[in-house]
Design a protein around this ligand. Structure first.
Ligand code: UD1
Length: 336
């Protein structure tokens, strides 16, 4: 059974490709490499010993998609492709709406043409509004996003669930990721942001490897135990395994289901820095700077629904997240 993954040369897609291959599925990938490298897919093949047919195409290009669907005959689609930089989305909102929505619409239309029902989407905890209270459950209030990137995730959730309501063949699973970090334990694949990282873990690892001089900690006056922001960091391999569980669910159900994928535990910026220092043996110099606009004090998930319905639960510790992130960065100081 072949699963078609869009954007799987990227961070989360590549780890999921490995998890799917290990679970016995065949994987085909479509990516335009606008923010990723084919080398990631080559390494997924090397790690799993399985071929992963790779199509270079823009997911908004329906003609290209039709050829791929005709050849691959996917049983299900996982949609990872998309622009994902929060700050850039504020500067270039139309580019974000055009790309993230267009790709999704084309994909859903071609899925319908080919009668492919199961659709698993990379959504984000960013869809929860600032009014939602931690821990976030799937019923917490959504909307009120603070940036166009977040709105594209919110809108795609509406588009996909609306499509599933109208088409009884469809099975949509919306996966709301919390903060994915870590890397494959081999150190061969990992997160490879272009330019200066926006997210905390790749920033820390680039400081550790000497590419950046120090970490800026965005505020230490939040209402949290040590004053720094608290997030629900989840190991990317746990997240990838969550996708395998979601796929099994989607293959046996119709309609739309939403799941939080996190650990359920909040970790502060300074706790993560210190865990990383312990795991790597490298000191991370940092400075406290003002809060970053749009940041919340504390964000973590209630993941009981995923455990109850999918039988999935994150298992890897913060120390493993740090050790695996560090192994990847140390072995690949300039990325792929
Ligand atoms: C961010 C996005 C979210 C997106 C997610 C992808 C915002 C407001 N949210 O989440 O929409 O889905 O990335 O992973 O941008 N921090 C520092 N110094 C840094 C970087 C981060 O102190 O150099 C702090 C932040 O203030 C925050 C924590 O580290 O408390 C995590 O930040 P980050 O990794 O950027 O993730 P989020 O902001 O949670």
């Amino acid at each position: 059974m072949t699963i078609l993954l869009t954007g799987a040369a990227g961070y989360i897609g590549s780890h999921t490709a490995i998890a799917l291959a290990e679970a016995g599925y065949d994987v085909a990938i479509v990516d335009d490499f606008s923010n990723s490298s084919p080398e990631a897919v080559r390494r997924c093949e090397e790690l799993t010993g399985k071929k992963m047919p790779l199509y270079e195409a823009d997911v908004s290009d329906k003609e290209a998609l039709r050829k791929i669907f005709a050849e691959v005959k996917p049983a299900a689609v996982m949609h990872f492709a998309g622009f994902k930089a929060v700050g850039e989305s504020v500067a270039k909102p139309l580019m974000y709406y055009r790309n993230n929505l267009d790709t999704t619409l084309s994909l859903l239309e071609v899925m319908a043409e080919f009668g492919v029902g199961p659709f698993i989407f990379s959504s984000s905890a960013t869809v929860y509004g600032a009014k939602a209270k931690v821990p976030y459950t799937e019923e917490s209030e959504t909307g009120g996003c603070t940036n166009p990137y977040g709105w594209t995730k919110f809108m795609i959730e509406q588009i996909a669930s609306g499509a599933a309501k109208a088409d009884s063949n469809m099975s949509v699973v919306l996966l709301r990721y919390f903060n994915p970090v870590g890397a494959h334990p081999s150190g061969r694949i990992g997160e490879n942001p272009s330019g200066i990282p926006n997210n905390l873990m790749p920033y820390i690892t680039q400081v550790a490897v000497g590419r950046l001089p120090h970490l800026n900690v965005f505020g230490n006056d939040y209402d949290t135990p040590d004053g720094t922001g608290v997030r629900d960091y989840i190991h990317v391999v746990d997240l990838a395994e969550g996708h395998v569980a979601a796929l099994k669910y989607a293959l046996g159900h119709k309609g739309t289901e939403v799941f939080n994928l996190g650990t359920g535990h909040g970790v502060s910026v300074l706790e993560l820095v210190h865990a990383f220092e312990r795991a790597s043996g490298v000191k991370i110099p940092y400075e406290i700077t003002p809060r970053r606009p749009g940041d919340l004090a504390s964000v973590y998930a209630d993941c009981s629904k995923a455990e109850r319905v999918l039988g999935w639960k994150a298992a890897r510790t913060v120390d493993e997240m740090c050790a695996d992130s560090w192994r990847w960065q140390k072995n690949n100081p300039q990325g792929y």
